[in-house]
Design a protein around this ligand. Structure first.
Ligand code: PMP
Length: 387
């Protein structure tokens, strides 16, 4: 089976599994004073340094969460509630129209709690429209949230530019780096970010662990979402999952080492996939083709083809995703493609691919052949009857 769904989750690296292994059995609570507790604490502190190094932060600015969903909630809800508690007059939050659901759903919640929320539009190439963002920014704006890279179309957003605009108006800036960190160089200091969200399972680490970066000089510390034993500076209490955190750290260190090499291979394979499809006369268009994108990320439109049908037909040979989310049996069009002015009809023909560092040339050739065959049979099956 060929796995090309790395935007959903990346495979666990063998080196990461190895780093985690001893921590499953040699158990100790990082808060305990004995040897096992100290070993756990040391593993966690090393991971904090490894993750900080990956994004140019200080280790004390990294706090662990269950993933990027929780990190996004913690920053956006937590900063909004902290500002309200401090009696700040700023109560507007701006995010881009193509954020992950874990930002957009938080904005809905904030709106219900009386905050003002606005979405900045994106260009047809899937990049936030900075002049439009600048227009939305005002003296009332508390926070801007702009993702590092998009999880459907792979576009790398101009977060440094957005940070400048936000700060010029006295607003704070958060970036959901779940898809960017570990895949392209990120320096939170150079980008001037106040907050960031990370997720281990997008960079060949384990599921169920992530982190927030809270800059030591951020004007507002988020208010916690849960209350308890004071871990993670009281911002995110609860016993830390040592094996997962150790794995997250190992994955960050590995990504730091092999990023350039890996992205070159991924880009070569992505080009190969397009060449193979063209060679098989498959009609395909690449979305956001001229925008800066993650290496190995492809959003492909197959005009007239139902992408869901392709994903289903190939489910046991090639793991792919569409760009649309199925909820309660209804196919909801992707908010990302919609924001890029792609029609609902065209959006239904889009396959989302992320070629991981473990994919080979044989994988790509096999996938191209499978996609081509599936499209041929779908088109025949749904084409006009000859009778
Ligand atoms: N943000 C982005 C951009 C993502 O791609 C994802 C995962 N699909 C998340 C947040 C959520 O991350 P997690 O699975 O760690 O909660």
């Amino acid at each position: 089976i060929v796995y090309l769904d790395g935007h959903a989750t990346t495979p666990l690296a063998a080196e990461v599994a190895e780093a985690m292994a001893p921590y499953w059995t040699a158990t100790g609570n990082a808060q305990s004073p004995h040897t096992r507790g100290q070993q756990a604490a040391a593993g966690i502190e090393l991971a904090r340094v490894q993750i900080a190094n990956l994004i140019g932060a200080e280790s004390q600015e990294i706090l662990f969460t269950s993933g990027a969903t929780e990190a996004n909630n913690l920053v956006v809800l937590g900063v909004a509630e902290a500002a309200r508690k401090m009696g700040l007059r700023r109560n507007k939050i701006i995010a881009s129209a193509i954020e992950h659901r874990s930002i957009l759903a938080v904005l809905e919640e904030l709106a219900a709690r009386g905050f003002r929320v606005q979405l900045a539009p994106v260009t047809p190439q899937g990049l936030v429209d900075l002049p439009a963002l600048e227009q939305l920014l005002d003296e009332d704006t508390l926070l801007v949230s702009l993702m590092g890279a998009n999880n459907e179309v792979g576009t790398i957003q101009p977060i440094g530019g957005a940070a400048q605009l936000a700060h010029a108006k006295g607003a704070l800036i958060h970036s959901d780096l779940a898809q960017l960190a570990g895949k392209a160089p990120v320096d939170v200091v150079a980008l001037d970010l106040d907050y960031a969200s990370l997720s281990a399972h997008k960079l060949y680490g384990p599921m169920g662990v992530g982190a927030v970066f809270v800059s030591g000089i951020a004007a507002i510390k988020p208010r916690p979402l849960v209350f308890g034993g004071g871990q993670e500076r009281g911002l995110r209490p609860g016993t830390l999952p040592t094996p997962l955190i150790v794995g997250f750290g190992a994955a960050a260190a590995l990504a730091d080492q092999d990023m350039m090499h890996v992205s070159q291979i991924q880009e070569r394979l992505a080009r190969e996939l397009l060449t193979e499809l063209a060679g098989r006369q498959v009609k395909v268009l690449q979305n956001a083709a001229s925008a800066p994108r993650l290496s190995g990320s492809l959003s492909l439109s197959f005009p007239g083809v139902d992408a869901d049908e392709i994903v289903n037909r190939l489910s046991s040979t090639v793991c792919l995703s569409t760009s649309s989310a199925c909820s309660a049996g209804q196919i909801a069009s992707s908010h990302v493609l919609k924001a890029m002015h792609i029609s609902d009809k065209d959006a239904r023909s889009v396959l989302r691919i992320y070629i991981s560092k473990y994919n080979t040339l044989e994988d790509i050739r096999f996938a191209a052949a499978q996609i081509s065959t599936a499209i041929g049979s779908v088109v025949v099956a749904t084409g006009p009857s000859t009778q």
